[in-house]
Design a protein around this ligand. Structure first.
Ligand code: SF4
Length: 284
């Protein structure tokens, strides 16, 4: 019987070709007391990797740091290796700042920027807040890709260091949110969106279109109406479901519910885009 792969050598490079690389056990040697201290201070973060040249994680070309740890268990997750904090590489904050500094001039010149994604970056909110403060000082555009559930872990001042919040909206109704995410409610997510609107912080919104799971017109209309009411959502991206993460579920021996699910057709993607556009949003 196949087993989960043994621990990988701890010499795995910080940069990866893409977040679809499977990475596990890389922070296993860090004692629990040091993990707790890292989460409290942000002196150390746990990262799946850095990737360069992303054109899909915010405006322009982006340097992206992918954090590990997530509170959700989405049925369609394509990076379940990022669910566990200690699957990530332990990276001192100073080392993460150096990595962004290396690319800072190029990112500025190309009107790109730095995006912190995951996993859920706000599972490591002190690391995220301190990294954003440092990157903002470099004059580099900053974005966070978050699920919003821990939005209250950032102060209003800390949010000012983030130029763009890319909110992965799983659903609008609680029951659908729980279905998609493995039982997690979305009250805090909606509250965080309202707070961003009050603070007039620019947002993008993402919605993963999964046939038979999220391809529900009423649900999408509810998300769209809510997003439009915020007045700060600059763009909506419909992300068609794909099977690129399937091998990770299999290797991690996780129960994958979507093995027979096909990507949505062009027509259904078009219908989803139309629902958001009809609500007055800039959807693609
Ligand atoms: S929020 Fe993202 S990283 Fe977390 S389980 Fe869902 S898809 Fe995966």
């Amino acid at each position: 019987m196949e087993t989960v792969a043994p621990p990988q050598p701890k010499t795995v490079p910080l940069e990866a070709k893409s977040p679809f690389e499977m990475r596990i056990y890389l922070g296993d040697d860090i004692p629990e007391t040091d993990v707790r201290s890292a989460l409290k201070t942000g002196d150390l973060g746990f990262l799946h990797s850095f990737t360069t040249g992303s054109a899909v994680d915010g405006p322009g070309l982006r340097l992206v740091a992918w954090t590990t740890s997530c509170m959700f268990r989405c049925q369609y997750c394509h990076n379940p290796d990022t669910w566990t904090l200690k699957n990530g590489i332990p990276v001192p904050l100073s080392r993460a700042i150096e990595e962004v500094q290396k690319y800072a001039n190029g990112l500025i010149a190309m009107n790109g920027g730095f995006t912190l994604s995951g996993g859920e970056p706000l599972m490591q909110d002190r690391f995220a807040a301190r990294l954003f403060a440092a990157v903002k000082k470099m004059g580099v555009h900053t974005a966070i890709e978050t699920k919003g559930y821990y939005g209250d872990h950032l102060s209003d001042e800390e949010l000012q260091n983030i130029n763009l919040v890319i909110l992965d909206m799983k659903a609008f109704t609680r029951v659908q949110h729980e279905l998609v995410t493995g039982g997690m409610h979305n009250e805090d997510v909606l509250e965080f969106c309202d707070r961003l609107a009050e603070l007039k912080r620019p947002m993008w919104l993402r919605y993963v279109l999964v046939p038979g799971l999220t391809d529900i017109p009423e649900e999408m209309k509810a998300v769209a109406d809510f997003a439009a009411s915020l007045g700060v959502v600059e763009r909506v991206e419909i992300l068609p479901f794909h099977q690129m993460g399937r091998y990770k579920w299999e290797r991690l021996k996780l129960d994958y519910q979507l093995g027979d699910t096909q990507p949505p057709t062009g027509e259904s993607v078009g219908r989803a885009i139309a629902i958001f556009s009809e609500a007055g949003l800039n959807a693609a």
